[in-house]
Design a protein around this ligand. Structure first.
Ligand SMILES: Cc1ncc(COP(=O)(O)O)c(C=O)c1O
Length: 406
């Protein structure tokens, strides 16, 4: 496996001199056990056969033609793609893509503070694998994306969860996070904006959480895939990578940029973490796909246009959801402040898996059971799909609710 261009450009030389320390006889102390990923398994089971997919968390995805049109230079982009050398490419992500990602953060994040990965799911895995030490305590919030606590648990950390409450608007109390930490805590994990609630931690609150992490000299890792999809015009979710010297952020092209098919995400943070992630990534990734990398760079270089489309979809569709909730007296939600999803609570005497399966079987409307997040009598609604899918899906849920009312 040789690759003149990619390997020459990669910081692989860093391992020289460390090889002597690698022992072929290293034996893991315990077998790794990882919990089934409930959200992904429910998606896998239903998404291809759903009539009304209102479980999806991505903004209605773009076609390649639509992306080319948004770039304003379709011919130029296609010509460069056709000339692309189909080797491994830049191991850490192309300089062009990493520059475009770094531009999403403040000055402290340069292209050298960015590493690309296979979606945010790859980025999260890398960062957690790099940051979690067995025997430490990791503090996280619930509900959230299961990967953020199941991976640390699988790596031998004691995971302590702060349950976010409806009455607090699903926002974490920094003192409650502090109370969960101890001298073994070297990682706090957040997800902002939050999946599944759409809650948004604003900068003052995030700074308070940064202080808690700093008191423990802990890393603060935040999955920020829904960043840039804030509903209030002029608001941008703060990034932990900008606010804290030990802050590490993950992001991706999937949600806000409507390009999940590019399978491109990233870790952004201190150089030390990028180095640690590189050590892990050598085992999982080698490099991203060169065409994915090139197209992700095109999208981010035209992010204003891409995000304008995304924001029109999520803000317009959220108004539709608001009106629907207002018409359904046995449903309620805390209006999301960002992202593509909301946690809807229902007043029917049915566990959420039964509720959602019953709905799917009744008319093919597809939502995510709250049980996937440890939340009962609730489901997660994805509202960033095409408007006709959303309207059809909500009408299908209403029809199902009528059957529950006898
Ligand atoms: C919070 C969160 N993180 C990560 C991911 C994975 O995203 P990607 O498609 O970028 O791998 C998801 C997907 O639903 C998500 O909701």
């Amino acid at each position: 496996m040789t690759c003149a261009v990619g390997r020459a450009a990669c910081p692989r030389a860093r391992v020289e001199g460390r090889w002597a320390t690698v022992s072929p006889s290293l034996v893991p102390e315990a077998a790794v056990h990882i919990e089934p990923f409930l959200v992904e398994q429910w998606m896998n089971a239903h998404e291809t056969t759903a009539t009304w997919n209102i479980a999806e968390t991505c903004v209605d995805s773009l076609t390649l033609d639509e992306l080319l049109a948004l770039s304003g230079d379709a011919d130029g982009v296609v010509r460069r793609l056709r000339e692309t050398w189909l080797g491994y490419g830049d191991i850490v992500g192309s300089p062009r893509l990493r520059a475009a990602i770094a531009a999403l953060y403040g000055e402290g994040i340069t292209p050298d503070h960015v590493l690309t990965a296979n979606g945010a799911i790859g980025a999260n895995f890398l960062a957690l694998y790099a940051l979690v030490e067995p025997g430490t305590t990791v503090v996280t919030v619930q509900p959230t994306y299961q990967q953020l606590f199941s991976v640390p648990a699988s790596l031998g950390a004691e995971v302590r969860e702060l349950r976010l409450r409806e009455e607090d608007g699903y926002l974490p109390d920094p003192d409650a996070i502090r109370a969960l930490t101890d001298e073994r805590t070297d990682l706090i994990v957040l997800n902002n904006p939050n999946n599944p609630t759409g809650a948004l931690i604003d900068e003052p609150l995030l700074r308070e959480i940064v202080e808690v992490a700093r008191e423990r000299d802990a890393w603060l890792f935040c999955d920020e895939v829904y960043r840039m999809l804030e509903h209030e015009p002029g608001t941008t979710a703060p990034s932990v990578a900008d606010l804290y010297e030990k802050g590490v952020s993950s992001g991706s092209m999937s949600k806000s940029y409507s390009l999940a098919g590019l399978r491109t995400g990233w870790v952004a943070g201190p150089r030390e973490v990028i180095e640690r992630c590189l050590d892990v990534r050598d085992y999982t990734t080698i490099s991203g796909g060169v065409l994915d990398d090139a197209l992700a760079a095109v999208a981010l270089e035209n992010k204003d246009r891409v995000l304008h489309r995304s924001l029109e979809i999520v803000r317009g569709n959220l108004a539709v959801v608001d009106a629907w909730i207002a018409r359904e007296p046995r449903l309620r939600y805390i209006r999301p402040r960002a992202g593509t999803i909301a946690l809807v609570r229902y007043d029917y005497d049915l566990p959420s898996v039964e509720f959602c399966q019953g709905l799917f079987d009744f008319n093919g409307a597809f939502v995510m059971p709250g049980a996937a997040f440890g939340e009962e009598h609730a489901f997660r609604l994805g509202y960033a799909c095409a408007r006709d899918v959303l309207e059809g899906g909500l009408a299908a849920v209403s029809a199902y609710l009528r059957t529950l009312e006898g």
